[in-house]
Ligand binder design. Structure first.
Ligand code: ADP
Length: 262
């Protein structure tokens, strides 16, 4: 049933009111649709690890006692699927809190060059197959929530690592810029990995969207399709502008324009 109110343009105020009402209805309907899709996508994503865990449990109960190789494989597969599920649940909880305005942010002054150095130092310790470089000349203080800002950088950098074949290069450059909108730290996070096709570049920020490439499947790259939507929510909360530039087969660069405290 169409709930829209049709008012002949006799009384301007009434028709304006009806327009506002219709607009609100559209937004509400859009919101419901989005929530429905979110729940159905989340259930779908959770079903896969649960199915694998159940399958391996059956296998273990039948053959696990007799065959040590089956026992080892079963235990490690159950563990890795449970880890995937845990990561997915953490991300879903984050987005649920964000949607309900319950994600708490404790904002303070953050020295960006120190934060980037710390993130990159830790990354260098665990990243064995890529060269990782940080180039920064400028200091700058942003006002933000340290936990989520760190999380945002980690999401972009984890992606750079995941979607860049072994031997690839990940570079982070930062510089202070001043323009008519104010004072910013411009941070560029670049990789020379598989890149993202033009048609997918906007969509990757949508929840659950993953570019379906045989390459990532073959490399066994695991993901949830939620990382970039979390990163863009965090950016939004800090008035950080995100720009993505990418070319298939060449690599991806994420540009962040972060407002600085003057
Ligand atoms: P995921 O958990 O799948 O990595 P994201 O939301 O972080 O989810 O990213 C969405 C999709 O965008 C990824 O599945 C991948 O296809 C693509 N993507 C993100 N970052 C990069 C990158 N640096 N290089 C190539 N593809 C990327």
């Amino acid at each position: 049933m169409d709930k829209r109110i049709v008012v002949p343009p006799v009384r301007d105020e009434l028709s304006e009111l009806a327009q506002t009402f219709n607009h609100m209805l559209d937004r509400l309907e859009g919101g419901f649709e989005q929530q429905k899709r979110f729940v159905s996508d989340a259930s779908h994503e959770l079903r896969t690890p649960v199915t694998v865990i159940l399958g391996y449990s059956d296998l273990l109960s039948r053959w696990g006692r007799a065959d040590e190789a089956v026992l080892d494989e079963g235990i490690s597969s159950i563990r890795s699927e449970a880890e995937n599920m845990q990561q997915l649940i953490e991300k879903l909880l984050f987005l649920a809190r964000a949607d309900q305005n319950r994600q708490v942010l404790h904002k303070e002054n953050i020295e960006l060059s120190e934060l980037l150095e710390d993130i990159m130092r830790k990354m260098q310790l665990v990243t064995k197959n890529h060269s990782v470089e940080l180039l920064q000349n400028d200091d700058g203080m942003m006002y933000g929530d340290l936990v989520t800002v760190r999380q945002m950088f980690r999401i972009f950098l984890d992606n750079s690592t995941k979607y860049t074949p072994q031997g690839g290069r990940i570079t982070v450059k930062s510089e202070r810029v001043e323009n008519e909108d104010g004072l910013f730290m411009q941070v560029a996070l670049a990789d020379n990995g598989i890149g993202i096709d033009k048609k997918d570049q906007q969509k990757v920020f949508e929840r659950f969207y993953r570019v379906d490439t045989s390459r990532t499947k073959a490399q066994g790259v695991s993901g949830t399709g939620l990382g970039l939507s979390i990163a863009s929510w965090i950016a939004q909360q800090h008035d950080i502008e995100i720009r993505l530039e990418s070319e298939l087969g060449k690599g991806t660069t994420i540009y962040l324009q972060i407002p600085l405290v003057s």
